[in-house]
Design a binder for this molecule. Sequence first.
Ligand SMILES: [Zn+2]
Length: 325
Amino acid sequence: MKYSRRHGITVERPVSFWIEKERLNSRIVDCLTVILRTKGCSWRKCLMCGFSREFAEEAGEKELKKQLDYALSHKKPDVLKIFTSGSFFDNREVPVEFRKYTYRKIEELGISKLIVESRPEYVFNCDCLNMNFDVEVGIGLETSNDFIRENCVNKGFKFSDYVKAAEFLTKNSINVRTYLLLKPPFLSEKEAIYDCLKSIEMCEKYSNTISINPVYVPKKTYLEKLWKAKLYRPPWLWSVIEVLRRSVKITESDIICDPVGAGSNRASHNCGACDKPVAKAIKDFSLYQDVGILEDLSCECIDMWEKYKEYEHIARFDFVSYYLK
Ligand SMILES: [Zn+2]
């Protein structure tokens, strides 16, 4: 077994992999999600990215093949989701030969769909056009607002870059999954809800699926410093519910949300008592796309959330009309 000297971890095993349920053409099927340990994201400057620690310079074509084979030896799924710490179509991070190997494997195993992620600038390297399986490419747009993306996330690209990448994929019959953050740092709860809904409105015509990601606070990030200093609270789960409920009136694209770590202080959470059922409703809504699932939720903490939103908003100057036009 080969170990990375820098991190003391093997580069022949993925960071992690698991089986989950995924929606595929209105059916619920098994999806294998694999997080590959690559050379790492070429950008690596986002304020809340915890993946920037999960890289290994030694991870080349041979090591990536071993990582993928290892995950696939556990389960032959209907959908294969491959995440890296950066971009699947970045040739420096994911060698072209490894990508071709992945496509051959998918055809051999009869997997129906591949889901990967990429920053917009690498999307044009996409080499899985006209395959015998469906492809969906996730782009972490995070917000349609260039000011917030630049100053609160430090993402390093513009909305117009996302639009060009999404249009290229759509023209080539590849599905677009747009990732949006709910509550980047420096936004109040109310501003975050507004920003997320505005972003859904702006990106829906470029997206087959929109994935809402309530912000999680990973270790050793700039965001963690803010959080430890009590300058950041991850979004309330009630805010997630509000965004999902209102989203169905804005778009017919599938809206999905998997609130990572829901209920913990580092993740989206409510009062503690209602976190589990509310998080379950969010996951069920994502699978079945039935807004009725979000209707009968209640807890005493809803009042607290309403007050939190209002008082926090009163305490700030009018950010929305200034920056969120
Ligand atoms: Zn509660």
